[in-house]
Ligand binder design. Structure first.
Ligand code: MMA
Ligand code: CA
Length: 200
């Protein structure tokens, strides 16, 4: 049977419509579609889909790619002395100063909270920024209703402290706590400008 010119034209149209899908191929196409979100500063405004359905044999490649990208981003942030880590907790600064309440807001906005050391290792991690930026930092510790008694912001007891000698000294007049360059703590009024250090 002869193909009519009309039918031939239709088949040609379908073939050309399908051609890009065939060239792209399924596995490479799928991965490159996902990596597009991770690598391009595209017109989607940085949107990353929350759930990407993929075959099991592709999740390893994707995890590997993500780990590699995250470790490079961490390298950049470490190089700029913006992050440090202890015991799985990440501490970060933007190098800027703010009073206590603004620091709370900034850390919350970023998805974290103001740095609150729970042990000497975490205290050293925060001290690293205080020394690097040569600026004291407020800690996530506040005076309780009992003057001279300090606690975490959620009201839980401090299991570790590192007070400077003769501190706390404010007797109800200094509701916040700052870290000195040597890593020791001083109770201080909350309205000073101090280095913003958050934890994640
Ligand atoms: C300042 C103030 C206090 C601190 C003393 C230490 C004079 O007050 O920073 O919080 O305890 O210095 O001398
Ligand atoms: Ca004090």
């Amino acid at each position: 049977m002869m193909l009519s010119p009309q039918l031939f034209h239709k088949i040609l149209g379908v073939a050309f419509f399908l051609l890009p899908l065939c060239v792209q191929g399924k596995p490479a196409g799928f991965l490159s579609n996902i990596f597009k979100y991770l690598t391009e500063d595209g017109s989607d405004g940085g949107f990353i889909p929350a759930f990407i359905p993929v075959a099991d044999d592709e999740t390893g490649d994707i995890n590997h790619h993500l780990e590699h990208r995250i470790s490079r981003l961490e390298g950049v942030l470490r190089l700029e002395k913006r992050i440090t880590e202890f015991g799985g907790k990440i501490f970060a600064t933007n190098g800027k100063k703010a009073d206590f309440n603004t620091t709370l807001e900034k850390c919350k906005e970023a998805g974290g909270s103001i740095a609150a050391p729970r042990n000497p290792g975490e205290n050293d991690a925060i001290q690293y920024f205080v020394k690097t930026f040569n600026t004291y930092a407020y800690l996530g510790v506040k005076e309780s209703l009992i003057p001279g008694k300090f606690q975490f912001l959620d009201g839980t007891e401090l299991g570790y402290t590192n007070w400077h000698s003769n501190e706390p000294s404010g007797k109800g007049e200094e509701g916040c706590v700052e870290m000195y360059t040597d890593g020791t703590w001083n109770d201080k009024r909350c309205n000073q400008n101090r280095l913003i250090v958050c934890q994640f």
